[in-house]
Design a protein around this ligand. Structure first.
Ligand SMILES: [Zn+2]
Length: 375
C-alpha cells in the first residue's frame, strides 16, 4: 500500500488522514457517477446536473465513510481504547486503534458501531429521499439521496462479512474469543475465514470479468487480494503481540557490544571493525555514552581517498530516538520500529549509557523460541 498520508482535520480530537490511494477511488467513484450511473438512470437531466449530482454524491459518500469510522472510534474511546488516527484509503476507512481491546465484549461494541452508523445513515437518507420526493424539490436532489441510502446500506452490509479484519470478522473473532477465552486461536480462525472470503471475492470477480462486467469484476478481485493480505498481516500482528507480551528489549538484547569512538578515522573503521567483525553497523560512544550510529550506508557516498581524513563523528547518524531502543521498551514495539524504518540493529540504552544491542534477527529468533515454548 502507498505510504503517503495527508492529514485533513480532527473530530473528537481524532486526526483524519487520507492516503494518496484514496484519490484514485474518489476519482473513479465521481467519474462513474457523473458519466455512467446518473446519466443512465436520469437521462433527461442536463450534463451540468449530472456533474453536480456526481460530485455531491461522491463527497457525501466520503462523509459517510468517515462517520462509519468515527462510530468505531467513538465507542473505542469511551471504552478506554485510544485511537491514533482514522485513515481513508483505496478500500474505505481504517480506524487505527493504539492497542487491541482488552475483552471480547468491548471488541463487539467497537466492531458493531461502524455498521450501525452506516445503517442509521441509510435510514436517514431514505427518510430524506421520501420527504424530498413528496415535496417537489429541485431535480437531482432526490436521486442523490436515494443513491446515498443505497451505498450506506452496502457499506454496512459489506463490512459485516465475517472475514477478519472486516468488522464482521472482528465480531466473529470476539465471539470465538468469548467462547474459548483464547484470543490467538480466535484470531487464527477469523483470519482463516477472512482468507477464504478473499478467495470467494477473487473467484466471483473473475467470473464477472468473463461475463463482461469488467470494472465491477476487477474491483472484486482487488478487494479479494486486499482481504487475503490483510487477514494474514493481522494474524501475524496478534501472534507477535501475544508471544512477545511482557518481553522487554533487556530480556533479549545482546549485552556485549562493540562500539567505536567519534575520533576514529573511516579508514580504521573499515580495516579494524567492518573487516574484522563483519557487522554492518556500530554504535558510536564516548566513554559508554551513546553519540550516534555508523553503518556501511554512510560510507557509500564517501570517496575512498577521503577515508583517512574523515572521522566517524563527521558522517555518523547522530543520536536520536530513531536510532536507539530503551532497555525497558517492549520487544514487539521495537520490532515494529525496525521493520518500519528498515534498519537491522539498534543500540540499547539505559539512561544515556549503552548496555547492549538488539537486532531484527535477534527479535525474530526470540519470537520463534517463545512461540515454540508456548505450544
Ligand atoms: Zn467498520
Amino acid at each position: 500500500m502507498l505510504r503517503t498520508n495527508f492529514r485533513l482535520f480532527r473530530v473528537f480530537g481524532i486526526p483524519i488522514e487520507i492516503n494518496v490511494s484514496w484519490f484514485i477511488i474518489f476519482g473513479l467513484v465521481s467519474w462513474s457517477l457523473v458519466s455512467l450511473y446518473f446519466p443512465t438512470h436520469y437521462p433527461s437531466f442536463s450534463v451540468t446536473t449530472h456533474w453536480v449530482m456526481g460530485l455531491v454524491a461522491a463527497l457525501l459518500l466520503f462523509v459517510s465513510v468517515v462517520l462509519h469510522e468515527l462510530g468505531h472510534s467513538y465507542v473505542a474511546k469511551t471504552h478506554g481504547v485510544p485511537i491514533k488516527c482514522i485513515t481513508l484509503f483505496l478500500f474505505g476507512g481504517v480506524s487505527q486503534l493504539t492497542k487491541e481491546s482488552s475483552d471480547p465484549v468491548t471488541e463487539i461494541k467497537i466492531a458493531i458501531a461502524g455498521p450501525a452508523v452506516s445503517y442509521v445513515l441509510m435510514m436517514v437518507f431514505f427518510a430524506l429521499y421520501y420527504l424530498v420526493s413528496q415535496s417537489g424539490s429541485p431535480e437531482g436532489v432526490a436521486p442523490v439521496l436515494r443513491y446515498l441510502a443505497y451505498v450506506n446500506g452496502i457499506l454496512g452490509t459489506f463490512n459485516l462479512i465475517p472475514g477478519f479484519p472486516l468488522d464482521g470478522g472482528r465480531l466473529l473473532r470476539a465471539f470465538l474469543w468469548k467462547v474459548s477465552g483464547d484470543l490467538r486461536r480466535a484470531t487464527y480462525i477469523a483470519s482463516k475465514v477472512g482468507g477464504i472470503v478473499g478467495i470467494v471475492f477473487i473467484v466471483l470477480g473473475f467470473l464477472l470479468v468473463f461475463r463482461g462486467a469488467f470494472i465491477g469484476g476487477l474491483w472484486l478481485v482487488l478487494i479479494g487480494f486486499f482481504l487475503r493480505q490483510a487477514a494474514g498481516a493481522s494474524y501475524l500482528q496478534v501472534v507477535i503481540d501475544s508471544t512477545l507480551k511482557g518481553v522487554t528489549v533487556g530480556d533479549i538484547m545482546k549485552p556485549d557490544v562493540v562500539t567505536v569512538s567519534e575520533d576514529l578515522s573511516i579508514q580504521s573503521l573499515v580495516d579494524d571493525y567492518f573487516f574484522k567483525y563483519h557487522f554492518d553497523c556500530f554504535p558510536v560512544s564516548d566513554e559508554g555514552r551513546l553519540k550516534g550510529l555508523i553503518t556501511v550506508n554512510e560510507l557509500k557516498d564517501l570517496p575512498r581517498a577521503k577515508w583517512q581524513e574523515t572521522r566517524v563523528g563527521d558522517v555518523m547518524q547522530p543520536d536520536s530516538q530513531r536510532i536507539r531502543a530503551h532497555v525497558d521498551e517492549e520487544a514487539s514495539q521495537v520490532l515494529k520500529r525496525v521493520i518500519r524504518d528498515r534498519c537491522g540493529k539498534l543500540p540499547v540504552v539505559s539512561g544515556d549509557r549503552i548496555v547492549g544491542i538488539i537486532t531484527r534477527r535477534g527479535i525474530m529468533e526470540a519470537l520463534k523460541v517463545f512461540s515454540d515454548l508456548s505450544h
